[in-house]
Design a protein around this ligand. Structure first.
Ligand code: ATP
Ligand code: MG
Length: 361
């Protein structure tokens, strides 16, 4: 997988950008607030269809016009592909139009065309924050490799909305509990598909994550485990009716899943240091890239935003050695300092300055 050309119009602080990154390592260097993260966000959107960080598409529109455009020429399995996302501001609303080779696609049909593995500082929440971030990690990976996963997720979301609203109506005496039957069946059907995909993926990630982590962190032991819905999912849903009615929400299902992350036998969230947590997250991301490579038959583009901070010299060097052989890599940093000279000789280096990017040297 390779990003050949990226054009941005009015995306965040980029009025206009036309970039042709190299096939290997690309280092983007710039001071704080110049557009490094914004660049990676745009590339990630081409893979995921929406921004992994913006709460509202409105945030993405730059100051120039009420519209923004992200356009890329990519190469996948030896074939050229064009992906375009256009955002059109219409008052408070933003209309998002997605096209692959000029053909309109719905949001859940885009992932799988262009694949990326993204690490950015928000991902530290994978260890530090609640389970939602860990589910998002699994989802972002699986929509890119598991056919039907994105569609199932959207369907599950709809089922939960309907079921939760019915729970409230039943509790208020406006509906009979029988109306839940069809929704319970859908919850179990979509939920089992999603949970099955997640369980298989975590099994597959486990050795890759352990191996990456041991290499970067000289022997530290990273373990992960998936915590999904109960085995007898259907029965558990039936039995939870009382709880569900009291809370007005669905207590059993993959929307409560979690991923356990342990370092040297202890819970990483409570025991690991800042640098150890960062290493664990990076290792999970490298494991994700390995899984995507194995499933899709080609490497995703690795997007690494400010990945080196907080890591000591040895971990930095080990990480950079590892990613240097990983196909196309887009890595950002506030300074050139942390990059060893031998990496730089094989890399393209770019400077990022107020939404402009120029090749260095
Ligand atoms: N919709 C927008 N329109 C214009 N500018 C925006 C928009 N959204 C964000 N920005 C600005 O873009 C600038 C660059 O942000 P970005 O997060 O890419 O910086 P960065 O280079 O990653 O910095 P850091 O090293 O601090 O992480 C910021 O100053 C931000 O205020
Ligand atoms: Mg940034």
């Amino acid at each position: 997988m390779e990003l050949k050309r990226l054009e941005l119009n009015n995306h965040r602080n980029y009025a206009h950008l036309d970039l042709e990154p190299g096939p290997g390592v690309n280092v983007f260097v710039g001071a704080n607030g110049q557009g490094k993260t914004n660049l990676l966000e745009a590339v990630a959107m081409l893979a995921l269809s929406s921004s992994p960080r913006a709460r509202r598409d409105q945030e993405l529109l730059g100051p120039v016009t009420p519209a923004a455009r992200i356009h890329a020429e990519v190469e996948s399995a030896g074939r050229g592909l064009e992906v375009t996302i256009t955002l059109q501001g219409e008052g408070e609303r933003v209309r998002r139009v997605i096209e692959v080779d000029g053909v309109r696609r719905r949001g859940f049909d885009l992932p799988g065309h262009f694949r990326v593995t993204l690490f950015w500082p928000d991902d530290l929440g994978l260890v530090k924050a609640g389970p939602e971030q860990r589910r998002r990690f699994l989802n972002q990976m699986l929509v890119q490799v598991e056919p039907g996963y994105a569609r199932n997720l959207a369907a599950l979301r709809r089922v939960l909305e309907q079921r939760n609203s019915l729970l409230k109506r039943i509790a208020a005496g406006e509906e009979a509990p029988g109306v839940l039957e069809a929704w319970n069946a859908e919850l179990v059907a979509y939920g089992s598909d999603i949970a099955g995909a997640r369980a298989r993926a975590v099994e597959e990630l486990r050795p890759y994550a352990a191996e990456s982590h041991a290499e970067i962190a000289a022997g530290e032991r990273l373990e992960i485990a998936y915590i999904g819905p109960p085995e007898n999912f259907g029965d558990a849903v039936e039995k939870s009716l009382g709880d569900d009615l009291r809370r007005g929400s669905t207590t059993i299902g993959p929307h409560h899943d979690d991923l356990l992350i342990r370092l040297d036998g202890r819970d990483a969230r409570s025991y690991a240091s800042q640098g150890q947590q960062r290493t664990a997250v990076v290792s999970l991301k490298l494991a994700e890239a390995a899984l995507v490579t194995r499933r899709a038959g080609e490497r995703p583009v690795l997007l690494l935003d400010d990945v080196l901070s907080e890591l000591d010299a040895e971990r930095r060097a080990a990480l950079l050695r590892r990613v240097a052989g990983e196909g196309q890599v887009i890595i950002t940093s506030a300074e050139m300092g942390p990059f060893p000279a031998d990496l730089i000789t094989g890399a393209r280096v770019w400077s990022v300055n107020s939404g402009r990017i120029e090749a260095c040297g």
